[in-house]
Design a protein. Structure first.
Ligand code: BGC
Length: 433
């Protein structure tokens, strides 16, 4: 750990997602995926952290962390239980939750799509059918009309690249498809839908006369891919292009690039984000493998680096590298929309937080305009295929009795949120070898 200071006005927060914490919803694609027995430890998102019934308690947790802002997602299947039928009850619930944040001086940052969809949308063919995106856009319009007086800051899609990779290429997540060609169609649909949603959010807020500057973006999972051999290096570039570049250039600039259908044309000319949202976790070494089903590559770890509980490399410098890369290219403010670690015993998280934030501070001191950092995540939650066996929380959550307990790293994070710096005293108290 090393001392650092973040500039005045820098905002710090936490990030969560509806299916991962709320529990109780049977109308979304992950509910069905759990019912079908895909979750490694047999757990189920129907439980999660029961956050739907514990909004007040969980707002208190946020207060204890001294966060300036909180990123949460809305569950589309709750808000629109049937096509074209919206639930006043669900929207009132979210209104109440957001008002609670505001009452406690926490700026709400709202994600509209975080890996889950209503079952009816999936049954219609999801994003593989061009005509279906209108349903998502109607949901966006409805939500912004209902909540746009309270919320200025929006994320359209969380990690479209991870969603497409696991849901449409490798079939490990809902909707369980395995088709590269189909996935390219989905890429194009998500790009076009993001751009339309960007326009809708801006225009609804403007036409309704809602106060405050509207800020819209998407949260992109950005990894560092590197190769060791010449083949590995070439493959790393290809993976970077397919996994990241297609979405970055598509969603930010409206470019539909090769090999997406109708590539070479510019869907529209402009810039369709107000910030670059980066979810940064790790780095991978790309190696060639003779296996068409894994697209001729595998992602390896670096033996030299420390790992989190899931075996991911801990590489704090990477957060600096990705911010620099995208800031130099797009010259837009950067929000770290997620960064975190699965660490059940909290042995590595204090250092993880300090070292990643030190790199953020370094980037800022070099003129890279990073404005926010959201730690993933508030409390242990339903971690997709890992179920209840990954531990990303600043609070431990006991899923049996729903008791939340702050981890030491939560205490450290709370102090950094308050002071916007890491001091010698904090290092003495929290440094782990
Ligand atoms: C996702 C989260 C997830 C986290 C940790 C991100 O890719 O947005 O939903 O829990 O990583 O795996």
């Amino acid at each position: 750990m090393e001392k650092f200071a973040l500039p005045e006005g820098f905002l710090m927060g936490t990030a969560t997602a509806s299916v991962q914490i709320e529990g109780g919803d049977k109308n979304n694609t992950w509910y069905k995926w759990c019912e079908e027995g895909h979750i490694k430890d047999g757990s189920h998102c129907i439980t999660a952290c029961d956050h739907w019934n514990r909004v007040e308690e969980d707002t208190e947790l946020l207060k204890e962390l001294n966060v300036d802002t909180h990123r949460m997602s809305l569950e589309w299947s709750r808000v629109e239980p049937k096509p074209g039928i919206f639930s006043d009850e669900a929207i009132e619930h979210y209104r109440y939750e957001i008002q609670l944040l505001i009452k406690n001086s926490i700026i709400p940052f709202v994600t509209l799509h975080h890996f889950s969809e209503p079952l009816w949308f999936d049954e219609m063919g999801g994003w593989t059918k061009e005509e279906n995106s209108r349903y998502f856009l109607e949901y966006v319009q409805y939500v912004v009309e209902k909540l746009g007086d309270l919320v200025t800051d929006w994320v359209t899609f969380n990690e479209p690249n991870v969603y497409t990779k696991f849901g449409y290429i490798f079939g490990m997540w809902p909707p369980g498809k395995r088709s590269l060609l189909k996935s390219f169609k989905v890429y194009t649909e998500l790009i076009k839908t993001h751009i339309k949603a960007y326009d809708i959010i801006h225009s609804v807020r403007r036409l309704k006369g809602f106060k405050g500057e509207t800020k819209v973006g998407f949260a992109m999972h950005i990894r560092i891919f590197c190769g060791i051999s010449p083949v590995g290096k070439t493959l790393a570039k290809a993976v970077d292009y397919l996994f990241q570049e297609l979405y970055m250039e598509g969603m930010i600039r409206g470019k539909i690039k090769f090999p997406l259908p109708k590539n070479g044309y510019r869907y529209c000319r402009g810039t369709y984000v107000d910030f670059i949202g980066i979810n940064y976790y790790t780095r991978n070494i790309v190696e060639f493998v003779f296996s068409p089903s894994s697209l001729f590559h595998s992602l390896k770890c670096d033996k030299e680096l420390e790992k989190n509980d899931l075996g991911w490399d801990i590489y704090p410098k990477g957060i600096y590298q990705v911010c620099k890369k995208y800031y130099e290219r797009y010259k837009l403010p950067i929000y770290i929309t997620e960064n975190g670690i699965s660490d059940k015993n909290d042995e590595k998280r204090p250092n993880f937080i300090a070292n990643h934030l030190a790199n953020v501070a370094k980037a800022i001191s070099e003129g890279i305009d990073i404005q926010r950092y959201y730690h993933w995540t508030l409390m242990d939650n339903f971690e997709w295929l890992e179920g209840e066996s990954a531990f990303f929380g600043l609070y431990h959550c006991n899923f049996k009795n729903q008791i939340r307990t702050m981890r030491p790293s939560g205490k450290l994070y709370g102090m950094i949120c308050k002071e916007k710096k890491l001091t010698e005293e904090m290092i003495k108290e929290f440094q782990r070898n």
